[in-house]
Each structure stands twice: as C-alpha cells, then as structure tokens.
Design a binder for this molecule. Sequence first.
Ligand code: F6R
Length: 608
Amino acid sequence: MCGIVGYVGPKKVAPLLLEGLKRLEYRGYDSAGLAIMNGKGVETRKVAGKISRLESLISAKPISGTLGIGHTRWATHGAPNEANAHPHVDEKHEFAVVHNGIIENAGSLRRKLEDLGHVFTSETDTEVLVHLIEAAFDGSLEDAVIEALHQVEGAYGIAVVSSRDPHKIVAARKGSPLLVGLGDGEHYVASDASAILAHTREVVYLHDGDLAVLDRSGYRIIGLDSLTQTRKVSKIDWDLAQMERGGFAHFMLKEIFEQPQTVASTLAGRLLLNTATAKLAGTNLSDEDLLAIDNIVITACGTSWHSGLIGEHMIEESARIPVEVEYASEFRYRNPIVNDRTLCIVISQSGETADTLAAMREAQRRGARTLGIVNVVGSTIARDAAAGIYLHAGPEIGVASTKAFTSQVVALALLTLKMARLRDLSVIRGREIIDALQALPGHIQQILDRAPEIEALAEEFKRAQNFLYLGRGYNFPTALEGALKLKEISYIHAEGYPAAEMKHGPIALIDELMPVVFIAPHDSVFDKVASNVQEVKARKGRVIAITSREEPSLAGKIDYEFRIPETIDMLTPVLAAIPLQLLAYYIAVKRGSNVDQPRNLAKSVTVE
Ligand code: F6R
C-alpha cells in the first residue's frame, strides 16, 4: 500500500519525484526516499516520517540527475525508520529498488543470499530483491530483474535502476498496481496515476506479469518470458482529487472496494496447506506458549470491539479456550482477573487508541501476555504488545472503519486456526477453514459487483429515522457493526441487537415505518433467526434480509433480500459486513453527509 514514482527524461528529477510522492502520500506516509543516477552511481536520500522531511533533507543535501525512482512507505516488514525506508541498494550502491507489496519467501531467500556473502542493512522483505538483481546482473538490467522475479513468491510492484545499465528504469508488477506515463522524450512510472497527472494524461496500465523498460526515447513491455507484450494507451480524464481516491467519490467507498485485495493481503503467506494451520510470524508465541494459555481477554473499542466479539465466538468454538471481550475503556478501570496464563488480545486499526493502549498496559502490569492485532505498522500498540499480527490492509483514511474490520476478522480466524490445530481441531476441519478463507476475496468481489442493488435499496430507505439491525451467533456482532456504520456516517439512529433479545424490549419500536435489517445467512442459527423475522413481519416492520440461499421459510416475509455467497459460519460476518457497509455509505451520501469525515468523529481517538 505504499507509493512508487519514477522518471527518465531531460528534466531535473528530484523535484519531480518529490512532487509525485506528495501526491501519493495519502497511500503511505511513514518513511520515504529517492534514488537518483548522479552520473557516477546511484545516490539515495531517505528519511523516517513524512515527505516534507525528505524535501528538507534534499534542500540541505541536494542531488542532481535526470533519472530516478522514489517511494513513500507504509510499513509492512520492519519499523518505519530510515534503514527500512526505500529505495534499497546493494552493498556497492550500483542497484536500487523500490517495492510495493509483500515478498512471501523473503526469509528463506535472505538466508540463502547471506550464505553467499550478501550483507543486509534493513529488516524489509524488499531488500532481498536488490541483492537478487545484483547477483543475476550480466549486462542487462531487465534480464537481471526477470531472473530475480522468477525466484520470488508474493506480490510486487517494483521500479529498479542501476549505474551498470544507467539510462533506463525497469518496472514490473504482480498483484500491486503500476503504470507507465508517456511524455515527449520522457517517461514515468507510478503506482497510481495521481503521481504523474500534472505532467501527462497518457498512461499504459501494466498487467500482472508485465515488465516495462523505460528510457528517454521510448518504452517496451515484455513478459517474464522476455516476449514483447502489447498494451493499450489509456487517456485519463479524472481530476487530481478524484485520482487520489482511485476514481471513487470517497475514500470510504474506495476502501470498501479494496476488500478483495486487503483480505488477500491479511492472508498472504500465512496459510499452511499441508498441516492445515496458520503461520503467524510476528506473534513471538511458541506453540508451547499458546498451549499454556488458560484464558483470553480481548480488549478494543468501536468497530475493533465488534471484531473482537466475533473472535470470541470463533476461539471458543474451535480452540475451546474461554474468552471474554471487554470495551477497553471499561477494562482499564475494572479490577480484571488476568494473570500470566492469560492472553490479552488487543485489537486496534490505528494502534494508537488511548483507551485500548491503556487497557493493554493494565493487562501487562498484571502479568498477561499481550498480542496486538493492528493495521498501522510501528504504532504504539504494535510496538509495545509482546506479540503481534499485522493486518496489511493499507492506510484506512475514511473515518468509518471498513477494510480494517474485515481484515481483523480474518486475522482472528487465522489465530483461531493456529490455536485450534494445536489443541484438538482435526486436519479436515482445518482444511475446510483454509478453503473458506481462500475463497473470501472472490466472494467479496461478487458482492461488490452488485453494489448498485444496495444503492437502490439506500434510495428507498434514505429518509428513515431509525433502523434496527438483528442477528444471532456470529452475526450478532455483525448487526452491531452494521448499526454503527449507519449511525456514524448518516446520523440515523440505529441499534444492533441479538435477534431473539428483540422480544425483551425493542419489539415495541416496530411499526410499518421501522426498517429492520436481518443478518440471516444459512448458518447453524438460521431457523431461529427466521422465527424472529416472522415476529417482526407480524408487526408490519419493513424487513431487509441478508441471506445466503433461497429459504422457503422466509417466503413472503421479506421486503428486500440481498444474497451473499455461502461460507462457513465463522466467516459469514466478513461477507455480511460488505452489503451493510455499502448500505450505510449510500444512505449517508444520499443524505448529503461528509462520509469520509463525519461530524464529531476522529480517525484515531488518542484521548481518553
Ligand atoms: C467506527 C470506527 C471506530 C474505531 C474505534 C477504534 O467505524 O472506526 O469505532 O473502530 O475508534 O479504533 P482503532 O481500531 O483504531 O483502535
């Protein structure tokens, strides 16, 4: 989720790259750097922090040249410091690489390269690429890049320069976007057109497996088999503001639509098919440590607390470890019963929420092991938790959390799988969970492809004053999350409830004006939820149902149905959340709310 920009042409490259990086800063902003061909070799400037710091460094220590690459980072492997900032270079500073994505086999490649004498200076997965390219170089930069890419597994968008083949930039993509910008006697490469839109509107989008070779006079696109590829030139009509949001009207919508990729990133490299378990490299918890846990406390706020409730259900059902879920703001002032056999799971997108951080410190003070499930790398919770699982979902800019929620649930499913397989979950059941996890990105995409149906539903309900969201089992937390999404961005009063609990009070609210959203996939509690639908319909409520198959028991009882693909029970919240996010989004837009910055809210609540 970082940003890449590169330029070759007659102009001074440093200001061009800085300008492009500023345009990309919304994608990642924890460190940045440039590599420029200065006529003698590859010269770099790198900083931890924002692009403005890189700009100050370059005014204090200028570099000149007309060919170079730049990067703004959103850390995945290693803390956001100068050593881990891109570009990465080889020992002799002859090659430089910038990279977006994750190299999954970086660990084993690094060990092999170190055995051959390569010296690494960062903790990043990216650094293996530059050493592989240097080792493979035999006169042609593109040939060396191809050879290196044949050895890596994972996702990448890269740009590479070298003083040993000094007039070109080589770029390649697999799973991470990259495009070539066309100018007159000049060419650009960028991860996102916003970086170069001020200079050209003619671009060539690279496909997965493409490699582009750019110099002043032209560009070529080849495959990893070195054969020439023909790609069409596209003209961009969007303005810059639209561009940063990838053409979406709001960051929230962009982030909702990113979920097939963000869920895939959370899973990347973490599923072990043979042993039907999960590999969670950052947890620092050995199998013995995990087996020694007597109980788990999950603490979080808001949306992250909702994913915690789903985690509770998963862990208790499959790993059979008792779990309690606590609002961090309550936990910190109670006298909680935790000890050194308690695992405290701390869930936070930002990693900076004050109450969650304080709850984590309280658990640590009482001797509990802490495990952070965090999106922002290098954030306080990520740094200070004893163990961690990063979401790898990329920056979430819309205030309402969407892609972080689905990735949190997926991360909890991975942790559940790991702990359950250490206890008594069978290989067969483990494989079923893995298959279902792997199918999620495709299922999410199928739902997103039908977003216009939800938009039409939003038109129908945009004037409602109240909403009730009902679900049971795994989808009671989904009901809470659906209600929270709606209220925080549309300002419509909404409540989430366990569907059966409705009879104990909220049923009094139901009349022909009350929309009731049922989360009713075909899971183990479906029949129970179907009875609750009947109860609402008998009181003339307007029923919107998220289902997963044709259900005769609901015939005539539902006013609006949206069907999601089937999956195993524990993953239904991931799929059910998507139409609920879209419903909240479209209703809010139709009511004229500022969905990316709703009133009174902040992205990261760093006060108590
Ligand atoms: C709701 C939302 C908030 C956050 C909460 C915790 O859409 O975004 O409820 O989930 O403030 O934030 P993190 O996860 O950053 O600790």
